[in-house]
Write a protein that binds this ligand. Structure first.
Ligand code: AMP
Length: 104
């Protein structure tokens, strides 16, 4: 996984204001927010992108969506948008699977 900033955040080796955490996931605000509410949801497991997700990650991916629902509810978001960039050509800058949760 090399120098992965999101792995460092998950390991508390890099700073982030954690808004949600459980044994598998962590959520923190995007450092360059594109909306009034902009949080990134990541698995602690290093998966470079959706293209590297395997069948063994089926439950993890389902839980990622449920986590988005939970973070949205906890923050009283009435509506929100989820986005995932896949690959450099898809706009992905950080090579650690993450879901953008945007609102406002
Ligand atoms: P993506 O284009 O989907 O790879 O988005 C990566 C996002 O991560 C961008 O919106 C960045 O602003 C954000 N980002 C990069 N480094 C950090 C960091 N250290 N803390 C919080 N957000 C970050």
């Amino acid at each position: 996984m090399g120098d992965c900033v999101f792995c460092e955040i998950a390991a508390k080796e890099a700073p982030a204001k954690i808004v949600y955490e459980d044994e598998q996931f962590i959520a923190f605000p995007d450092i360059h927010p594109k909306a009034p509410f902009h949080v990134l949801l990541i698995p602690k497991k290093h998966i470079p992108s959706l293209n590297e997700v395997g069948k063994e990650d089926t439950e993890l991916m389902g839980r990622l969506l449920l986590m988005a629902q939970k973070v949205a509810q906890e923050n009283h978001l009435k509506g929100y948008k989820l986005a995932m960039h896949v690959g450099k050509e898809g706009g992905q800058e950080v090579d650690h699977l993450h879901l953008h949760l945007l609102a406002g």
